[in-house]
Design a protein around this ligand. Sequence first.
Ligand code: SF4
Ligand code: SF4
Length: 172
Amino acid sequence: MAAAPGKSCGACTMCCSALEIAHFSKPAGPLCANCRLGGGCTIYAERPAVCRDFECEWLTSRDLLKIAQLYLDGGEWEGKLIVSEAWVHTSTRPHARIDEATEYGYLWWLKSFKSGEKSYPAFFMSGNGGNKVVAIPALDMTIVITSTNYNARGMHEQTEKILTDYVLATVE
Ligand code: SF4
Ligand code: SF4
């Protein structure tokens, strides 16, 4: 399958971890032995069909903002209900405690981001490299920060510092 026009994997190798590849008896989760982080597939010309056929959604930052805004708006987008309000409510409530500051809903992390004297409860997605999609209900604000610090120590802390010290710090 040809890649969608204008889309490129860049340094991303997420599907080389996420996919189950029966050809190599590779379960979903661990990185494929043929993948070089930041360098891609070392057997690209001979990669199995499942790898050739896979296309992720290639969500752009604007797409991710829309998902966060959809959840902030109770599952509605431009007046049309896309996701049930009950699911939005349930998935953005705590169902597991991760540590003192962090809880987990259903596919959303939950915690408060502090900036100066203020603290903003948020629900957010958090991905390898330090990528974050954040929704702050009290501010009706959605924020996307993309980052390529894959597997690097401090990747999430760096993004959170950008969020608190450079984005939330501008909120009056
Ligand atoms: S197809 Fe998607 S998930 Fe896979 S490497 Fe490319 S951008 Fe990443
Ligand atoms: S064979 Fe190549 S494209 Fe397929 S999962 Fe492994 S590294 Fe990725």
